[in-house]
Design a protein around this ligand. Structure first.
Ligand code: ZN
Length: 291
């Protein structure tokens, strides 16, 4: 099980979220059979979505990150609920890029240049959509840039996915620290100094819990941990939702599927298969006619 720890500095200058997302990213890898580069790109996106999602207030709220770049991986999507439960996919899970000269996975090449869309569905008719340019394609910098430009919230974001020799996920996690209005300048200085001194997050997560990582980022600052939440890779698809999606295609499409003898749809988030026979599809057409 993955989990999120949330904290606030005692003077109210900043809030912090740290997640151990290893099980989430490993589950995504199993479902989508991702290459190492795709595991890292999708894994970082899932990790960020889970942390940002956990900052929402209500049980129906949904947070979606969509990286629409021109890199080899194609579009990357991750959707989280308010507890940090998350699901996602990458358009090209087989993306295979040479390692960078420093020996790291080329996540930026996988993502490419383009836009980051941040959608908040808060149960109203239209979701709130924020858009910003992808600045590096390394995901964490793009999240921080989005917050700075679109929401005017100074944000420190660190994300890490470490892939083992057998391509499974060795460690994965993230840190998100946001300044609140009227944050104390002294606290800001300490946060920046701490972040500059720390080793890469994947290194820290090898031997440290999220609570210990949090303590390193907030060293020298008084803070309170206010909760710890379990979260996981969770898909919300169902046969009923799939049927609704089929109906929304319209009668003509359904008639074609009936002529083909039925249809099988797989969920793009969890790869679950939903079979609809010709007679199932005829019932859906009847449903459309009734509307
Ligand atoms: Zn699903």
């Amino acid at each position: 099980m993955s989990y999120i720890v949330r904290a606030m500095t005692r003077d109210g200058s900043a809030r912090a979220v740290v997640i151990d997302a290893k099980s989430i990213v490993e589950r995504a890898r199993e479902i989508h059979s991702t290459s190492p580069t795709a595991t890292a790109a999708l894994g970082r996106t899932l990790t960020a979505a889970s942390m940002i999602g956990s900052l929402m207030g209500n049980s129906d709220d949904l947070l979606t990150l969509r990286f629409k770049g021109d890199g080899n991986g194609g579009t990357i999507v991750a959707t989280s609920d308010y507890l940090g439960n998350v699901r996602g996919f990458i358009q090209n899970p087989n993306v295979d890029l040479p390692l960078k000269s420093n020996g790291k996975l080329d996540v930026a090449g996988c993502v490419g240049a383009g836009q980051l869309y941040v959608l908040r569905d808060l149960g109203e008719s239209e979701p709130y959509v924020g858009i910003s340019d992808i600045v590096s394609g390394e995901i964490a910098e793009d999240i921080a840039a989005y917050y700075a430009k679109s929401e005017q919230i100074p944000t420190l974001c660190a994300l890490g996915v470490l892939i083992g020799v057998d391509y499974s996920v060795e460690t994965a996690g993230g840190v998100l620290i946001q300044l609140l209005p009227n944050a104390d300048e002294g606290i800001i200085d300490i946060l920046e100094q701490n972040a500059a001194k720390l080793p890469p997050l994947t290194t820290m997560l090898k031997s440290m819990t999220p609570e210990e990582v949090l303590a390193e980022f907030l060293k020298g600052i008084e803070y309170d941990v206010f909760d710890k939440m379990d979260c996981e890779y969770l898909c919300t698809c169902s046969r009923e939702r799939t049927a609704n999606a089929l109906m929304s295609l319209g009668k003509k499409e359904l008639e074609e599927m009936i002529a083909d003898g039925g249809a099988e749809l797989s969920c793009q988030f969890c790869d679950k298969k939903y079979k609809f026979s010709a007679s199932d599809l005829r019932e859906l057409v009847k449903g459309i006619n009734k509307k």
